[in-house]
Design a protein around this ligand. Structure first.
Ligand SMILES: [Zn+2]
Length: 64
């Protein structure tokens, strides 16, 4: 019960391990700064997540 009937070949096992990260992560547009960001992750540009600033993004110190 719940066990594989037949053992996979080495090739099947290796293909399973080789293919797990092929698809690209989902990108959505940040509602705050309209940059493309990862879904379900705070925006790396402005720190915006779920309608508020969730993360303080460290600003690069540049003379301006
Ligand atoms: Zn943003």
């Amino acid at each position: 019960m719940g066990n594989p009937k037949k053992r996979h070949s080495r090739w099947m096992r290796d293909m399973r391990r080789a293919n797990w990260r092929l698809s690209l992560p989902t990108l959505v547009e940040c509602p705050q700064c309209h940059e493309k960001k990862l879904a379900h992750v705070a925006c790396p540009h402005c720190g915006w997540y779920k309608g508020r600033v969730a993360v303080v993004v460290p600003q690069k110190e540049e003379a301006e």
